[in-house]
Design a binder for this molecule. Sequence first.
Ligand SMILES: NC(=O)c1ccc[n+]([C@@H]2O[C@H](COP(=O)([O-])OP(=O)(O)OC[C@H]3O[C@@H](n4cnc5c(N)ncnc54)[C@H](OP(=O)(O)O)[C@@H]3O)[C@@H](O)[C@H]2O)c1
Length: 229
Amino acid sequence: MSTVLITGASRGLGLEFAKQYAADGWDVIATCRTPDTASELQALAAAKGSVRVLPLDVSDASSIGDLAFKLMASSIDVLINNAGVFGDRAGFGSVDYDVWANTLRVNTMAPLMIAEQLVDQVARGQLKVIAQVTSKMGSIADNTSGGMYVYRSSKAALNMVNKSLALDLAPRGITCVVLHPGWVATDMGGAGAPLQPEPSVRGMRAVLAGLTPAQSGKFFNYDGAELPW
Ligand SMILES: NC(=O)c1ccc[n+]([C@@H]2O[C@H](COP(=O)([O-])OP(=O)(O)OC[C@H]3O[C@@H](n4cnc5c(N)ncnc54)[C@H](OP(=O)(O)O)[C@@H]3O)[C@@H](O)[C@H]2O)c1
């Protein structure tokens, strides 16, 4: 039985990852900030004994440490750093630097901290995959409209974090990739987004299932296409 750990599983893409992996028979460690209010995730856990809900605020180093301690003896096949925030949409001249700092903490620093704390568990897994849910908005090549300093920079930096992780963890046989989910109808993506969570996550799971170590460090769209940096 394979095990996946997902951050930000209370709603949106994280919840959809939990649902799909559970439906496929995986053991799911579904983490979220406030398990008591994550009603849909709790309902999934009640229906599927293979889903375990654990608290994790990715912006809090002690919360990450507590999770790693609880999972000390576990193995994780696939670790998905999915939790994320948009920050703000402010343009040139009105960026809120405190919001930016928090966005970097959640979107960029937390995935590295979580990888540092859980690397032994991933190394013990069979599949040995770490995936970061990034965004095409973090692609420098794809930026033709400007603005969105906060979110764009947090995901561009996450992409660089992943590249170094891929190189650093290759000797342990761990494959690290960044995935763009598409523009998806979640709280973040908005109701008008063209893609639903189900096909987005189905696509990302297919990418993860087909990965080879030679693909570590790459940037994939949810449909498997490689994206420009
Ligand atoms: N939707 C899109 O179109 C789109 C496009 C490109 C990339 N993405 C990326 O996809 C990922 C998932 O986004 P989504 O669309 O599912 O957004 P969402 O519906 O807004 O969900 C965001 C998730 O992140 C969690 N989260 C935020 N801050 C957290 C923290 N400090 N600790 C733990 N969890 C935290 C939220 O938990 P709470 O419920 O506790 O707030 C929630 O579960 C993000 O990394 C996002 O940047 C989304």
